[in-house]
Design a protein around this ligand. Structure first.
Ligand code: AOF
Ligand code: ZN
Length: 326
């Protein structure tokens, strides 16, 4: 199951609103085939494995998968049909699928067909890996982590509001590797773009770590469409950046210009001076064009953005980095 979770994580940034799923086939204690869900709309993990496996299934072979196999017709055919067709007799799953079309139906159907199904195995780790997918199906919105940094004295910026370098190289390395690396998107308010002109990429701080493979999407909340056209997020790093703004701004020439560079500009109605959260989630969890939705977001600031998320009671986890000033 640990191997399933490792394989599953390879789908990060590719599966959109789908779960991260990995699967292994075990014979006499050894893994003889592997598969994982490689992208939105593509084969599920078990299907990827079973289609790739060219050997003959033996009665004692065990198929492991970190999410209950599906029995519904979605963008792909039900995995349980292929599991039965290939003659798999033993299945071990990590957790039940919280989606309405599942919730144990896959397990029951396999058992009814005579398959020995065991689980859940390591359900806490499985649910932690898929906390975004679980949040989508239980809370109707992405999992939200708030990231903050402050000095030991409590400052989050200089007295005049200008940015203050608070965290150490080691803390930055951790934030890039483990925080940015485990969320589908980073969210910032436009104030942060105006004051810091950030890149919001995962940078190689420790050359031994391969940060190149995965970069979360970058989302800027910009009600009044103040983002400068020369901001790094919409010039150097235009592809993979999403600017969310009030619907009235879509007619501005700047919108066409940003879209021409590959920036996604999404209109979301306001509720007072801020975005209507329900409308924001709807846009973020809906697939459109090359955007397949996000189920987890790391809110990196600034202060007003943190406050808005807290006030709306949509924060699942807060990470506080305490540093000296650098
Ligand atoms: C995945 N990958 O490996 C597994 C999934 O629209 P579809 O056909 O891609 O179905 C998506 C649903 O299938 C998803 O919500 C989840 O309930 C189930 N299992 N999905 O994308 C996988 N095993
Ligand atoms: Zn499936």
């Amino acid at each position: 199951m640990h191997r399933c979770l490792e394989l599953a994580a390879r789908g990060r940034g590719r599966v959109g609103v789908n779960p991260l799923v990995g699967s292994v086939l075990v014979r006499k204690g050894s893994v003889i085939a592997e598969g994982w869900h490689e992208g939105f709309g593509l084969a599920h993990a078990e299907r990827a494995l079973l289609e790739r496996f060219k050997g003959t299934m033996e009665p004692a072979d065990v198929l492991y998968v970190n999410l209950e196999p599906c029995c519904h017709h979605g963008k792909t055919l039900p995995c349980i049909d292929l599991i039965l067709e290939k003659g798999v007799k033993h299945v071990v799953y990590g957790m039940q699928d919280p989606a309405e079309h599942a919730q144990g139906k896959g397990i029951l159907t396999l058992r009814a067909a005579g398959v020995d199904v065991r689980g859940p195995v390591l359900p806490e780790l499985a649910a932690r890996l898929n906390r975004g997918f679980v949040s989508l199906h239980t809370q109707g919105r992405p999992w939200v982590t708030l990231k903050m940094a402050r000095t030991r004295a409590g400052a989050v910026s200089n007295v005049d509001g200008s940015p203050l370098k608070i965290t150490s190289r080691e803390q930055d390395a951790w934030a890039h590797e483990f925080l940015r690396g485990t969320h589908d998107a980073i969210i910032v308010g436009v104030e942060t773009v105006l004051s810091d002109d950030p890149q919001l990429t995962r940078r190689i701080l420790n050359k031994k770590i391969d940060h190149d493979s995965y970069h979360p999407l970058r989302i800027v909340l910009d009600p009044n469409f103040r983002i400068p056209e020369n901001a790094k997020l919409v010039s150097e790093f235009a592809v993979g950046t999403i600017v969310v703004t009030a619907p009235g701004n879509i007619m501005q020439p700047k919108c066409a210009s940003l879209r021409g560079r590959g920036v996604n500009v999404f209109p979301v109605p306001l509720d007072g001076r801020l975005f209507d959260f329900a409308a924001l989630w709807k846009v973020l969890i809906t697939s459109s064009g090359d955007f397949h939705g996000v189920v987890s977001a790391l809110v990196e600031g600034g202060r007003r953005t943190w406050d808005a998320f807290r006030k709306a009671r949509v924060v699942d986890e807060e990470v506080l980095l305490v540093g000296d000033e650098y």
